[in-house]
Design a protein around this ligand. Structure first.
Ligand SMILES: NC(=O)c1ccc[n+]([C@@H]2O[C@H](COP(=O)([O-])OP(=O)(O)OC[C@H]3O[C@@H](n4cnc5c(N)ncnc54)[C@H](O)[C@@H]3O)[C@@H](O)[C@H]2O)c1
Length: 359
């Protein structure tokens, strides 16, 4: 049973809203985790959850993750997320998305939505017909478009910072980088790595995704699966497929000295970060290095400028180095250092709201 009111300060969500519109089939949950830094920004996941409990557990978890991600991305935004329960291929309709938009609007800007698994910029354009609190819209509607552009750029910055820490130079020239999953983010990451002169090895369960990379970069090596990739002779492992890429077995066989990739929730369970540290593998925390996408869509709030958003995403390099510094100073793994830094910002900057403005 998921505990909405939480059991520790990390688990407490400010607000959880259940929304239903019977005619369109909408069943959604919006979770606002923390608004200490500003309105809660996070995408809408449209997914056929097995039941309401599974959807609730997921949205609470994802909303909390967004508070931490947005805090470390330096945004004046809190963390939130929404889920729509059902198969998007069967259920998605104009009426459903607009009904959802009205619920988003009803929160008065406490929650700002965006795309996630199962929702696309075109869907956000429809949601935005009912709500002002929508990002991730199409370029045609003044939106930021496909967020994987700056997600991959940000991961690359995190990887450069990791290389600086481990090899003493940010360049990936001549390093062997294994990319698991060459979808929207992964294939762009391959472009950046090749541009920098890295050797790239890839794997993907979808042959079309592999083919797209091979068309552009015939020299890229392809291996059968994630296991073949992680146990091969690579310097850097970049998980860019699904979550949970780093479990006990993967970490035990991993030959890379750095893990830095786009996938959310890469650590399969608590304790994996320590196993990585014990093996001398530097882990660049996922939510720090993959925040380029949220930086891209958040920029839409002030009229989108790719140039400004890219400059902000470039700061992921410094943030990643800062986290490595805190980790060694405080003797904790980088994942714990990232959490501490995010909590510090939420608390220090959030506290200034207590200053009375007199109006
Ligand atoms: N798109 C973004 O802006 C963004 C932002 C932050 C985080 N992320 C995370 O980054 C990851 C990749 O996102 P994306 O937008 O590129 O998704 P995507 O669906 O476009 O790409 C994922 C790729 O991984 C492949 N894949 C799935 N299972 C695999 C497996 N077992 N082994 C190898 N390949 C496998 C898929 O075939 C696909 O090509 C996801 O975990 C996502 O949550 C994405």
């Amino acid at each position: 049973m998921t505990d909405v009111f939480g059991t520790s300060h990390k688990d407490v969500h400010e607000q959880v809203v259940f929304c239903a519109d019977e005619q369109s089939g909408l069943r959604a949950i919006i979770a606002v985790h923390n608004t200490a830094l500003g309105p809660a920004l996070g995408g809408t996941r449209f997914y056929p959850y097995e039941n309401e409990q599974a959807a609730l557990a997921d949205v609470l978890n994802l909303a909390r993750g967004m508070s931490y991600k947005n805090a470390l991305a330096g945004l004046d935004l809190g963390g939130g997320k929404a889920v729509i329960i059902g198969d998007p291929a069967r259920l998605k309709s104009e009426a459903l998305l607009r009904a959802y938009g009205r619920f988003v609007e009803s929160l008065g800007g406490r929650y700002i939505t965006a795309c996630d698994v199962g929702t696309y910029s075109e869907d956000m354009d429809i949601v935005a017909r009912e709500s002002r609190h929508v990002t991730g819209r199409t370029l045609a509607h003044g939106g930021a478009g496909d967020s994987s552009v700056l997600t991959s750029f940000g991961v690359f910055q995190g990887m450069r910072a990791s290389a600086e820490r481990v090899f003493g130079t940010p360049s990936l020239h001549g390093r062997r980088v294994g990319v698991e999953g060459v979808g929207k983010v992964g294939h762009r990451l391959v472009d950046l790595l090749r541009e920098d002169g890295a050797e790239v090895v890839i794997c993907d369960v979808d042959p079309r995704a592999i083919e797209r990379v091979r068309q552009k970069h015939p020299e890229v090596e392809v291996v059968a699966d994630a296991q073949a990739l992680t146990t091969s002779d690579i310097d850097v492992f970049a998980p860019c497929a699904l979550g949970g890429a780093l479990d006990d077995t993967t970490v035990a066989g991993l030959r890379a000295r750095i893990v830095c990739g786009a996938a959310n929730n890469q650590l399969a369970h608590p304790g994996v970060e320590k196993q990585l540290a014990d093996r001398g593998i530097l882990y660049a925390p996922d939510y720090v290095v993959n925040s380029g996408g949220v930086i891209q869509v958040a920029d839409e709030i002030e009229r989108f400028s790719m140039e400004r958003a890219r400059a902000k995403a470039a700061q992921i390099y410094d943030t990643t180095l800062k986290i490595f510094g805190i980790a060694s100073d405080e003797g904790v793994p980088p994942a714990a250092a990232a959490d501490r830094l995010a909590e510090r910002r939420m608390s220090e900057v959030g506290r200034i709201r207590a200053i009375w403005l007199g109006h």
